[in-house]
Structures are given as C-alpha cells and as structure tokens.
Design a protein around this ligand. Structure first.
Ligand SMILES: NC(=O)c1ccc[n+]([C@@H]2O[C@H](COP(=O)([O-])OP(=O)(O)OC[C@H]3O[C@@H](n4cnc5c(N)ncnc54)[C@H](O)[C@@H]3O)[C@@H](O)[C@H]2O)c1
Length: 336
C-alpha cells in the first residue's frame, strides 16, 4: 500500500523491506549508502538489512539507543563519522530505527553539505505512525526537547510492521498512545479498535498515518491546523517536565494529558461527559495509565513555560466527540 505526501511516498506493508533495494534504485544511482542506526536495532537487523541491500556498499554508523542521543554531541560525532567514512553530497543516508534515529538522521541530512538525500525506515510503532512522517527533524537542548531542527522531507518512507515483532511491550504501547490520540481527534474507527486491545496491523497503521497526513498536508510548517496533533500534549509535557523525563514515557504522559484535556473539555461544555470513562478504560486496558490520576492543580506550574503558551493564554485542543477535535483558547487563570 502506498500513501502519497506532497513530495514523497510512504510504502506500508508486510515485506515492504524486501522492496527497499528497488525503491532506492528508482531514486539513486550511486553504489555507497550510509545507514545511521542505534545499537539495539543494529544488533537485531544489521544482517537482514545488509542482505536486503546487497547490491550496495553499505556504511553503518551506530549511536547509543535512547533520547540522550538526540543531542548536539551525538549529532557532531555522527556527522564526523559519516564524513570520515567518505559520505559525499550526492550520497544517500538511511535512518534505520525509532524516532530518535529518525529525528537525528533527518537533521544530519538537512544540514550536512546543506542537505543530502535521506530515506526513513522506522522500526518502532511510534516512529511508524508518527515521527517518520511530517518532515520535522531535530535534536534536543538541555533547556528542552526538539528545540533545534528543521522541516526536511525524506525521499520516501518504508514502513514494515515486521520490525514490531521485536519491540518490547512498553515501547509498543507508546506507539499505541499516539494511535489512540489519532483516533480520538479524527478517526473513531481507529479509536474503537483499541477497545478490544488487539495487536495492530497494517490497517490501523494506515489509519493513523492518514490522520497525520491530512493535517500535515493542510499545515506543513505547523502554523495552526497541525496543532490538533498536540491533543493531550500540554499536560503530557507538564508531566514529563515534572518528573524530569524519567518516570513516564512520552505516550504514558500524553495519555494522562488526554484525560485532563477531556476533563477540561467537559468543564468548558465542549466534550460530552461520557467520553471520560470511555477513554479512561481504553487507556487503562492498553497499559498507558493507572490510578491515581493527575490533577490539573498538580501540573499547573509546569505548563506556563510550555513552548506553545503565549503569555497567559494558550491554544488547547478539545474533543467535540470521539473522532472530532477543535482548537480552543485556554487561560492559565481558568485552570481550576
Ligand atoms: N519528528 C516528529 O514529528 C516526531 C513525532 C513524535 C515523536 N518524535 C520523537 O521520537 C522520539 C521517540 O521515538 P521512539 O519512541 O521510536 O524511541 P526510540 O527511537 O528511542 O526507540 C525506542 C527503543 O526501541 C528500540 N528499538 C527500535 N526499534 C526496535 C525494534 N524493531 N525492535 C526492538 N527494539 C527497537 C530502540 O533501540 C530504543 O531503545 C522522541 O525523540 C520524540 O521527540 C518525533
């Protein structure tokens, strides 16, 4: 199955990885390919990728797994290693891994020699349904996540659910959180799927991708419409900040954040009240939240410095119903 973005294609399906070599040959006529991956993914898939791309000379550069690699230090170290290995402006770079590898490699592709071609091969559920599309690439600073970056599109993306078989359960659920979010904001059928807590298939991945695709095409540079993808993120970010990015993973934090956004939506008269218990059950069943839940009061102090906030008033995403969302304004002073 193929999805079209404005300037690149996304190939989705089991065994798509078998076609990676042909997809590359359609856009690239050199022999050398440079692959950035992390130690875990390299350990699991180095041989498979070497086998699938056997017509090319492959040069692997590995980074340490985890968010700490989305740093200026790793960026510099990786770029230096690529240059030492002989990467030239007309060479191709592949990001093979989760969102960390994708964001970092995309940023390298955007900046090395003022831009080189790159391809995304996402290997976590989160990167398959979210980070590998939308063209946001970048790294973190000590002051906050994703503060340095660019909009830079890959030549294409290959999404093969086969990679998910080795993903640990907690990581898998982080992707589920973003899929539930996509369902809640724009696709009821996708949300309902998680009521039975099944293993996601190509079909659900495509539904989640389509939600993101439609929004990104309307607002590629994140000026307004794309904001609905931030449903649950205002308080989710506050939770991550409060616990210094240690206790809760992103998908878990935004799941609690979605519950608070629903609570606020109900108080504002926008969200029907039955939705609270409905979503709570789905998130609990998918191991994303457990009681005790966060109160708005406990997180209030951590949202003031959120990068989306404008003085005292900030944009806030509420559900009008399951599968329907709107952008509203919220005042810090109204948070009671
Ligand atoms: N660019 C965007 O639009 C966007 C959107 C959402 C999130 N993100 C970013 O994505 C990052 C998180 O991505 P992530 O959740 O994929 O994390 P990640 O890249 O850290 O991967 C999670 C863990 O899974 C391991 N792993 C990867 N693939 C595997 C596989 N197939 N089998 C077994 N283990 C595997 C990794 O080594 C790592 O330990 C964050 O930095 C976030 O800011 C970016």
């Amino acid at each position: 199955m193929m999805l079209k973005m404005e300037t690149y294609d996304i190939y989705v399906g089991h065994h798509e990885i078998d076609k990676l070599q042909d997809y590359i040959k359609n856009i690239y006529n050199q022999k050398d390919i440079f692959i950035v991956t992390d130690d875990n993914v390299d350990h699991l898939y180095h041989d498979l990728i070497s086998h699938k791309l056997s017509d090319f000379n492959l040069h692997f550069v590995k980074i340490k797994p985890g968010e700490t690699s989305k740093s200026f230090e790793t960026y510099l170290e990786t770029i230096n290693r690529l240059v030492e290995k002989g990467i030239k402006r007309n060479h191709l770079l592949i990001a093979l891994g989760g969102g960390v590898v994708g964001d970092l490699t995309g940023f390298i592709a955007a900046t090395l020699y003022r831009g080189i071609s790159f391809v995304q091969v996402p290997t976590t559920l989160l990167s398959q349904v979210d980070s590998s599309i939308g063209s946001k690439v970048g790294i973190d600073l000590d002051k906050g996540k994703n503060l340095v970056g660019s909009f830079y599109s890959p030549k294409f993306v290959v999404i093969d659910p086969m990679f998910l078989e080795t993903l640990d359960e907690r990581e898998y659920h982080q992707g589920v959180a973003e899929m539930i979010k996509a369902g809640l904001i724009a696709n009821k059928e996708l949300y309902e799927f998680f009521k039975t807590n099944n293993k996601v298939t190509e079909k659900e991945i495509l539904m989640a991708l389509n939600v993101k695709r439609d929004v990104v095409i309307k607002d590629p540079f994140d000026h307004y419409e794309r904001m609905i993808l931030n449903f649950g993120h205002t308080f989710g970010h506050a939770i991550e900040k409060k616990y210094e990015y240690k206790t809760y993973k992103h998908g878990e934090a935004i799941s609690y954040g979605m519950m608070i956004a629903i609570e606020i939506g109900i108080k504002k008269g926008i969200t029907p009240s039955y939705i609270y218990e409905d979503v709570k059950k789905v998130l609990e069943n998918n191991k994303l939240i457990e009681s005790p839940y966060f109160t708005i009061e406990a997180l209030k102090d951590y949202i003031k410095t959120d990068k989306k906030s404008m003085a005292d008033v900030f944009y806030f995403i509420c559900l009008k119903n399951i599968g329907q969302s709107i952008i509203t304004n919220l005042k810090v002073g109204d948070l009671k």
